[in-house]
Design a protein. Structure first.
Length: 309
């Protein structure tokens, strides 16, 4: 083993000792480089590589396997519960910081409310009011900020989200979301559509004077199947397009009055005809439906004993 190899192994041993319970340096990388500087540039390179390896080992040896949410600054947790997934943080006059999963760093503005959602490596928060600036390390996991206006989704970037209220008409205010991308790219989506923003871009959504989303069209109401009434024409008024049909015998005898639809199909002895060609006393079959008002409307009339297809 060469002298350089011995120095490298001894340096890694020192770093592991510090990580696993020895003296811990506030900045592990700087500690590595400080030990390496007297020994030359090549040893400094080995020291930097060792620092990266130790950092990876530190993640693997995290007591819980995955970091719990960590907050600092001046904030309160609603319901006085312990800070964790599902908790809601609020700030008043001062800002606060929040770290999720070890790869999402959030700066919560004063007078803001934020709820911790998501799951490991797919962190997510809901911004109820105020604003938040987020920095997400590339390749560590997904992250999203939800609001009642829309959602900002990322996989490694730095951006800010601000909720604002703007007056549209006297006495009417609309809530909008201002998204500013500092680094990387984000996907901003909502009921109003979606946009992709890159570093240096800013957008307020939904846009002013944007048309509200159209409600889904209701399917047309199904028309009831036409009922058939067989009888004899008792009365006919061409002007008002009204027909009276007598049906039944004895105690069951009755007269039914209905209007004839302008587009009604009328056949006399198998041929197309007009309402004026119908005569009183002729046997008919009248197919009819009910209008919204409950009135009977004839849609097809077959007269003269023609078989109905």
């Amino acid at each position: 083993m060469t002298m350089r190899d011995e120095e490298h192994d001894r340096l890694v041993d020192v770093l592991l000792c510090e990580l696993l319970g020895g003296e811990a340096s506030p900045d592990l990388t700087e500690g590595v480089l400080a030990r390496a500087r007297p020994r030359g540039r090549r040893l400094a390179w080995w020291a930097a590589a060792a620092a990266v390896a130790v950092a990876g080992l530190g993640w693997a040896l995290w007591p819980s396997g995955y970091p719990e949410p960590q907050a600092s600054g001046t904030y309160a947790v609603m319901d006085d519960s312990r800070l964790g997934r599902g908790s809601t943080m609020t700030t008043e006059a001062e800002a606060a910081a929040l770290v999720l999963g070890g790869y999402c760093r959030l700066a919560l503005q004063p007078e803001s409310t934020l709820r911790i959602e998501g799951k490991p490596r797919a962190e997510q928060v809901f911004l109820g009011r105020g604003g938040v600036t987020c920095k997400v390390h590339m390749g560590a996991g997904a992250f999203a900020v939800r609001t009642e206006v829309g959602t900002v989704s990322v996989a490694g970037t730095e951006f800010s989200v601000q909720l604002v209220e703007e007056q549209e008409t006297p006495g009417t205010f609309a809530r909008r979301m201002v998204v500013r991308v500092l680094d990387g790219a984000v996907l901003v989506s909502g009921t109003w559509g979606q946009y992709t923003l890159t570093a240096g871009e800013e957008k307020c959504v939904p846009e002013k004077n944007a048309e509200p989303p159209k409600p889904p069209e209701k399917p047309p109401a199904k028309q009831p199947d036409a009922m058939c009434l067989a009888g004899t024409i008792k009365g006919l008024d061409i002007k008002t397009r009204t027909i009276v049909v007598a049906t039944g015998e004895g105690v069951d005898a009755r007269e039914v009055t209905m209007r004839v639809c302008p587009r009604a199909s009328i056949k006399v002895r198998g041929k197309d005809a007009t309402l004026a060609e119908l005569k009183e006393g002729v046997d008919v079959r009248v197919f009819h439906t009910k209008t919204k008002n409950g009135d009977l409307l004839a849609v097809r009339i077959v007269a003269g004993g023609c078989d109905v297809q």
